[in-house]
Design a protein around this ligand. Structure first.
Ligand code: 6LW
Length: 520
């Protein structure tokens, strides 16, 4: 049966996968969002349900801190490219927190968590760490990049799993085939040979996957004659930038890979939903090399595994959250570790309450923000908000948030004593309130309707019709313009604009619906 890519849409890049009998587990990068490391479960490689997060406590993942240096964008920092593996009854994830620049490992016996405190790898720099359990009992860490590396390439050493101690010299095992940024490596032992699978060309339009193999875990590695075994560079295809794979052998013996890809629009290409997770078959040549997809191409529609029978409608990502539960669903993220008491589901029953901190959406800091990824080009978002901003500067609303330098808001604020509804856009150093009007109502419904080109903003007072107040182009929030590694989030936020807010914002519901293409 055919399935549709991406299998996990929206900003879920750098996928890593493992299998335990007939259960599959997937993890993605999470950058500056909290909780970190979303973990998904599947029985058929196509239907994925989020079951938890690897990083749920600030002690595991400090994401705030001083920006330092002349870094132009801070929000792309945080949790990068994890690897998940299962060995001997235990799950392991190894990853990098680029805020602080350290690699670490967490473990758990239950993939849904809770996961352990981080075990920091004191002598292991760079990014994209991976674990490999050798049949002879040794455990290897493989990774890339980092200021310690004179030569860009894939580095490897033995590691003590319980302490994180690096036991042997860090050795360069492969430089790749000459593409930029050899990264995202994973080592596998397949039919008694060691296969090293990496990404090259950077995570943009030159992205590709190359393979090498050896009889020994440290090489010498022989490059696959069919490299790159995956790349969409320079081809006309709705999916671009494919790469960063992780292989899995399914319980029926077939081979599959997860990978990241983007769905760009316009010309020149730009994409704003971030890098998403795709699935593709892996087949083996007679001379023992893996090929990905159809001749190195991965399509939107592909033939699924034989054990994929149907889509599970219960996994729909659409609907209303009326905040009746005492815990946020897995779709929700904070931006950075949330400040204590900045959000609550119990303070006013049936509402998400936000208390603005001093930070604004222009600061890559602990602002009061609860958001979810945009996962569909054509979609609508609405939230009913009750907010009485008593002091000048206090504001709350809905944001279409790419990063601290690229975001659009529809919100309510106290502007010199006047309660006003506004639409504001920030694009790089350009910043403008596009529309503002006095609001004489205690509750307002804020609406965003997206298509692949524009966000349309409107509001309504309960029981009244929608009033359109303006629009903002998707292209200015695209990665190609805004930078970074993430994708657009729809967020509820509050801020005191330089001082903690005295007035709470109450969100009574939040809707997220996909729209049919024609209706936008
Ligand atoms: C990740 C690197 C990459 O560490 O982008 O696509 C970086 N590849 O492997 C951040 O996602």
């Amino acid at each position: 049966m055919k399935f549709s890519n991406p299998i996990v849409s929206g900003a879920y890049p750098d996928p890593s996968i493992c299998r335990v009998d007939e259960d599959y587990y997937l993890v993605n990068s999470s950058f500056g969002y909290f909780p970190g490391l979303p973990i998904f479960h599947s029985k058929d490689l196509v239907n994925w349900k989020q079951i938890g997060y690897g990083l749920t406590r600030e002690s595991q993942v400090p994401l705030f801190g001083s920006q330092g240096g002349s870094e132009p964008l801070f929000s792309f920092m945080g949790i990068y490219a994890p690897t998940i593996r299962f060995n001997n009854g235990h799950f392991y994830i190894v990853t990098t927190n680029t805020v602080g620049g350290r690699n670490f490992m967490i473990h758990s016996d239950k993939p849904e968590g809770p996961w352990s405190e981080p075990i920091y790898l004191e002598d292991w720099g760079g990014i994209d760490p991976s674990l490999f359990f050798d049949p002879d009992g040794k455990v290897f860490i493989t990774g890339t990049g980092g200021h310690l590396d004179v030569v860009p390439g894939v580095y490897q050493a033995e590691i003590d799993l319980s302490t994180g101690k690096i036991l042997t010299e860090r050795k360069l095992i492969w430089e790749g085939t000459g593409g930029s940024f050899p990264e995202g490596p994973h080592l596998y032992n397949i039919d008694n040979r060691y296969y090293l699978v990496i990404a090259e060309g950077g995570t943009e339009y030159g992205h590709m996957v190359t393979v090498a193999r050896s009889d020994q875990p440290y090489g010498p590695f022989e490059a696959c004659p069919y490299n790159p075994v995956l790349s969409h560079r320079s081809i006309s295809h709705p999916v671009q930038a494919t790469g960063h794979v992780d292989f899995v052998q399914a319980h029926d013996g077939t081979w599959w890979t997860v990978l990241l890809g983007i769905r760009p629009i316009g010309y020149p290409f730009h994409h704003h939903l971030g890098r998403e997770t795709y699935l593709a078959p892996v087949t083996w040549t007679e001379d023992g090399w893996p090929l990905i997809g159809e001749n190195g191409r991965v399509d939107i529609e592909m033939e699924g595994p034989a054990f994929f029978k149907e889509y599970n409608p219960a996994l729909s990502r659409f609907g209303r959250d009326d905040f009746d539960s005492n815990e946020l669903g897995f779709q929700w993220n904070f931006y950075k570790n949330p400040r204590e008491h900045s959000s609550s589901l119990t303070e006013r029953k049936g509402c998400l309450t936000l208390h603005g901190t001093e930070y604004t959406l222009d600061d890559s800091q602990q602002l009061a923000f609860v958001g979810r990824r945009q996962q569909d080009f054509d979609c609508s978002v609405s939230a009913l908000m009750a907010f009485e901003p008593e002091l000048d500067g206090e504001e709350a609303g809905l944001t279409v948030y790419m990063n601290e330098k690229a975001h659009y808001e529809i919100g309510v604020r106290n502007n010199n004593g006047l309660k006003a509804l506004f639409l504001r856009r920030r694009i790089g150093s350009l910043w403008r309130v596009e529309w503002e009007n006095e609001l004489d109502a205690s509750e307002v419904i804020l609406n965003i309707r997206a298509d692949s080109l524009c966000y349309n903003f409107s509001y309504s007072l309960p029981g009244q019709e929608q009033i359109s107040i303006g629009r903002g182009e998707c292209s200015y929030l695209a990665t190609e313009v805004a930078g970074g590694f993430t994708g657009v989030y729809f967020g509820m936020y509050a801020t005191g604009n330089g001082k903690p807010s005295q007035s709470a914002a109450y969100f009574k519901y939040f809707d997220y619906w996909a729209l049919p293409k024609e209706s936008t």
